[in-house]
Structures are given as C-alpha cells and as structure tokens.
Design a protein around this ligand. Structure first.
Ligand code: UDP
Length: 239
C-alpha cells in the first residue's frame, strides 16, 4: 500500500521494475527496483538507492518531454520509487538512437567510442531476453507482425524529436547525450512513450571531460556507479 493505493497484484516483474495492477482498468503502478543488471542479466547487483535515483531522473525527463508535447505513459508520481502510469500494450521492439558511436555500435562497426556521427542514427532491436535483444530491421518487424509500417515511421519520428529535446535539456546540464533506448506502447489508438529514461537506458558523458555518468560504470566496473547517477540528477535539477 502506498498512500491510499493498494499494490497487491504483481502483473510483471522485470530486471529493474515491477508493474502492479492499477487502481482502475486504464492504469498500472510502476515501481523502480534497486537491482542493476547487464549483459542480459549475467551481471547482477543490488545498488541501494538506484531505483529512487532513476525514478527521479526519469520523472524529470518525462515532465519536460510532456511539457514539449510528447505523449507519455506517466500519469502521476506516487512516491520516490512509484508512479501511476497509463495502461499500454508495449510494442515489442526497442528504439535505439545514437548521436555518438559507443557500445555495441562501436564494436559491431569498428568505430572508436566517442566518434561523433555525421547524422543521428536509429535502429530497432527485438525485445526478447531469451534471444538477447537482437537487432531487427523494418521489413523483418512488419513481416513478423510486431508493428506496422505506420507505427515504425511514427516511432522513428518521435524518437528523433525526443532526441532533439533531450539534447537541448542535457546540453544545459553539461552532459553529452551519446545514445539511448526508448520504448513505446499502444494506448487509446495512439503510440505513447513508455518505460524509464534514465542512466540505465542512456549513455551520458560529461561535456568537458567525457566522464561516463551512466550504466557503463556498472557494465565496465568503473566504480562509484551511483555517484554518476547522482551527478546526472543534480545537474538536471539545476539545468
Ligand atoms: N540499451 C538499453 N537496453 C537494452 C539495450 C540498450 O537501455 O536492452 C541502451 C544502452 O544503455 C545505451 C543504448 O541503449 O544507452 C545503446 O546500447 P548498445 O546497443 O550500445 O548496447 P550495449 O553496449 O549497452 O550492449
């Protein structure tokens, strides 16, 4: 129970979040966890306070995007790790946006990390822990009936718009938005932005020093993981 909200029915438990049945048929309750995972769950640790940091960071970004006209799942912040969200049917692909080469892009294409890209790239990966979220192209997605052509075009357009808005916000915070992952859900005949946007799902580098302030600190054992997350939060608050 949080406030007067009953949370007694878990609908889904993921690596870093739990979804509970909502107070009505149109909503769910989202609870952030402290668990950190990487490499498809192979590396796993409890980081006390991560859920709270990610919730607050994500809530700030969602409020900003919503103010700029982006439709999102967030209805209300309930407490520091819990939010009321719209019920949506998640589209089973992740949308990845990149401004700078890093991570799997650098590895796959042999491009040094930190290389500025001549244009922003978008790609899709199939949401499947079992298969390790493989990259999937548009015609494969439509062939498998995962999403329609129109939905893919809309998600790509929205992802690029969100990228522009987030780049502006993070530039003010002295942070380089290297890349990030988005998810969308079907709700009331529309696609809305779903899931968290946090240092778990984005690469954030200090504009001046390129210091990593995101989950790569966990993935690569760089230490002081939550120090990076705290830094992102403080800078966002002052942006
Ligand atoms: N990402 C994510 N969830 C995933 C895969 C990627 O949030 O299941 C984010 C990741 O944090 C990074 C961006 O998407 O900000 C691009 O990730 P990449 O493809 O480089 O994969 P990685 O190097 O993390 O394996």
């Amino acid at each position: 129970m949080v406030g007067n909200t009953v949370m007694d029915e878990v609908l889904y438990e993921g690596k870093s979040k739990i979804i509970f049945k909502g107070p009505d048929d149109d909503s769910y309750i989202l609870r952030y966890k402290d668990t950190a995972t990487a490499f498809n769950g192979e590396k796993k640790e409890e980081l006390g306070g991560k859920g709270k940091l990610n919730a607050e960071i994500s809530n700030i970004i969602y409020a900003y995007l919503s103010e700029k006209g982006v439709e999102t799942h967030l209805l209300k912040v309930i407490d520091d790790v819990t939010a009321l969200i719209k019920k949506a049917e998640i589209v089973m692909v992740e949308v990845i946006v990149r401004n700078v080469a890093a991570g799997s892009f650098s590895k796959k294409y042999g491009v040094p990390e930190g290389t500025e890209l001549k244009n922003t790239t978008t790609e899709f990966s199939l949401k499947s822990d079992e298969l390790g979220d493989p990259m999937i192209n548009d015609s494969q997605i439509t062939a498998l009936g995962i999403a329609t052509r129109e939905e893919l075009d809309y998600m790509t357009k929205q992802a690029l718009k969100i990228n522009e808005l987030m780049c502006e916000l993070f530039a003010k915070a002295g942070i380089r938005l290297v890349d990030f992952k988005l998810e969308f859900g079907r709700c009331g005949g529309k696609l809305i932005l779903c899931d968290e946007i946090s240092p778990d799902s984005c690469r954030f580098w200090d504009t001046e020093t390129n210091e990593k302030l995101d989950k790569d600190r966990f993935r690569r054992d760089l230490g002081n993981v939550l120090g990076g997350y705290r830094d992102v939060l403080e800078r966002l608050k002052n942006a």
